[in-house]
Write a protein that binds this ligand. Structure first.
Ligand code: ISL
Length: 549
């Protein structure tokens, strides 16, 4: 039986605001994406995850949807969308939409109605409660602001928002809300889209009675309480219902952004194929934050290896990714940008160790060029609500200094600077004023320059994807850890029907000893440095893929 398409294709994540602008307004758009589809094809990509393109006031850059069935004006029109879909399909590229249904924008018609009076038929589309002693209904903290509640003067009640106050949570207990969501999803399917990435889908069900959180209080005394909003029993009921009502009978896929998932509960979502097809877990993305994501700590290779092995063992099919629009640039984070040579080598090493594992690769735009974190210096340069809220909470110089350190290392705007297409004006992203600053290194790091360099990161990604796409053992083979005791080398084999490949990646700045000669692992098929079969060590950030003879 042929495997599902979403297991065999490499995905590419597009953050439309920063991918390609076509009309000079400084904001990426759908026609811009159309003009770059041949680039994606040349990379070997078979599917795109498109970040939200729905009408939105952009309090959280499209993750606050005002109208689920309208395209954001800056991005274009529904005609442009249909053309994008046609152009992608004609190149055999699938399109997976990003969908945010834990919350909507406070400017969505439903919420405007909902807050207009307690009797309004839409009141119960959101989560409204009376306050307690003039304060919030409970002590929950939000992801972005101190409190997860905002007070509405007009109707004298509080509404819940796990994210910003402009992102009120939808009330999934209300069957009408679920009906609206399912019909909307079905209308997008009827338009021809191939699947959905469901934003923070694991928090849609909240604990009955919305009890106070018991953890340690953070800013403002509020308590971050995922035990009361993540993985609640009703979650599975809703996901199964959604699957039946929208996904069954279609050749489509559903990947969840499954915040708070762990290796124990993951199979409750993907184990029987009745809820989600794939999930995004964040153990690697969370491993370099001490207590808070803003406290950046250095890469710990043994920890990374434990996470990789645990997940390869936990579920049948993983998502494989090194970053996304919420994460800093991977080469700045886990690689080495201290010299041009190490920048290039470490970017290739990270890609090799990640994308040859068992699972579906998701490449984040610009990663294939080795794009790096941006040198933000002032508040005016920042655009992300999470970063701006963090700065707004600081009340001393020391706190500001800490916040800036965090923003530079981990801030989401790092991933959102424009794609670096060329060394020309504004990196060829726009002829106008870009909505967020360009990383000034675009004059050196850009697609055009890398196109012409056989040794570039871009051309290495092409070779890596082509190898994966054409090798059954790397697509469908089992995964086994190699050299578990090494503190520097991430290594594994992939095997199928007697064919076996070994992947060896030295993720450190020092030479790493091997227990035997490199050649004993097999014949080199792909590497970021010429292979020396007699070598008994890997050089810093050396990556080798070898085929057993
Ligand atoms: O980026 C984060 C904060 O550090 C994550 O915690 C993130 O908020 C979380 O993974 C949920 O992300 C998704 O939903 C958010 C949106 O801001 C993110 O862009 C999206 O990926 C709210 O819709």
């Amino acid at each position: 039986m042929p495997e599902a398409w979403w297991k065999e294709r490499v995905f590419y994540q597009i953050y439309p605001r920063s991918f390609q602008n076509s009309n000079g307004d400084g904001i990426g758009d759908l026609r811009g994406i159309i003009s770059r589809l041949d680039y994606l094809k040349s990379l070997g990509v078979g599917a795109v995850w498109l970040c939200p393109v729905y009408d939105s006031p952009n309090a959280d850059m499209g993750y606050d949807i005002r109208d689920y069935e309208k395209i954001m004006a800056e991005f274009g029109t529904m005609e442009d969308f249909d053309e994008l879909l046609r152009e992608m399909h004609s190149r055999d590229i699938k399109l997976v939409m990003d969908l945010v249904v834990n919350h909507s924008s406070d400017e969505h018609r439903w919420f405007v109605e909902s807050r207009s009076s307690r009797e309004n038929p839409y009141r119960d589309y959101y989560i409204w409660r009376d306050g307690k002693d003039g304060r919030e209904p409970n002590n929950w903290a939000s992801f972005f602001t101190p409190s997860a509640w905002s007070y509405d003067e007009g109707t004298g009640q509080w509404y819940l928002h796990l994210f910003s106050e402009k992102q009120p949570d939808l009330n999934w207990e209300n069957p009408s809300v679920r009906e609206e969501v399912y019909s909307m999803i079905n209308r997008w399917f009827d338009r021809g889209v191939d699947g959905f990435r469901m934003d923070v889908i694991t928090v849609i069900a909240k604990a009955p009675g919305l009890p106070d959180g018991k953890g340690a209080p953070g800013a403002g005394g509020y308590v971050f309480s995922p035990e009361h909003f993540a993985f609640q029993p009703k979650l599975h009921e809703y996901l199964r219902e959604m699957r039946r009502r929208c996904f069954d009978g279609r050749d489509c896929m559903c990947v969840g952004e499954t915040s708070f998932v762990n290796t124990e509960n993951a199979n409750s979502l993907v184990g029987d194929g009745r809820e989600l097809d794939l999930l995004f877990q964040f153990d690697l993305m969370d491993m370099d934050g001490e207590g808070s994501k803003w406290n950046a700590i250095p890469l710990d290779v043994p920890k990374l290896k434990r996470i990789v092995a645990a997940w390869q063992g936990a579920i049948d099919w993983n998502t494989l990714f090194l970053g996304n629009h919420d994460q800093p640039r991977v080469v700045s984070r886990f690689g080495d940008t201290s010299s041009e040579e190490l920048w290039k080598r470490s970017a290739k090493c990270l890609a090799t160790l990640m994308y040859l594992q068992r699972g579906t690769p998701f490449i984040y735009q610009g990663e294939e060029l080795g794009m790096t974190n941006a040198p933000f210096e002032t508040r005016e340069q920042l655009r992300d609500v999470e970063e701006l809220n963090l700065l707004a909470l600081c009340s001393s110089e020391a706190e500001l200094e800490w916040a800036w350190r965090g923003i530079k290392a981990k801030g989401r705007d790092n991933a959102r600077t424009p794609m670096q297409w060329s060394a020309g004006k504004n990196a060829d992203f726009t002829t106008g004023e870009p909505w967020i600053m360009l990383n000034p290194n675009y004059t050196d790091i850009n697609a055009e320059a890398e196109e012409g360099d056989p040794d570039s990161i871009l051309n290495y990604y092409r070779a890596l994807i082509a190898l994966r796409n054409s090798t059954p053992a790397l697509l469908r083979g089992d995964w086994r850890e190699l050299l578990p005791e090494s503190g520097q080398v991430v290594a594994y084999t992939r095997g199928l029907d007697g064919e076996e490949y070994a992947v060896l990646c030295n993720l450190s700045r020092e030479s790493a000893p091997l227990p035997c000669r490199l050649g004993d692992f097999g014949e080199p098929v792909l590497s970021n440095m010429p292979a020396d079969p007699a070598a008994e060590a890997l050089r810093p950030y050396e990556a080798q893929v070898l085929k057993k003879g």
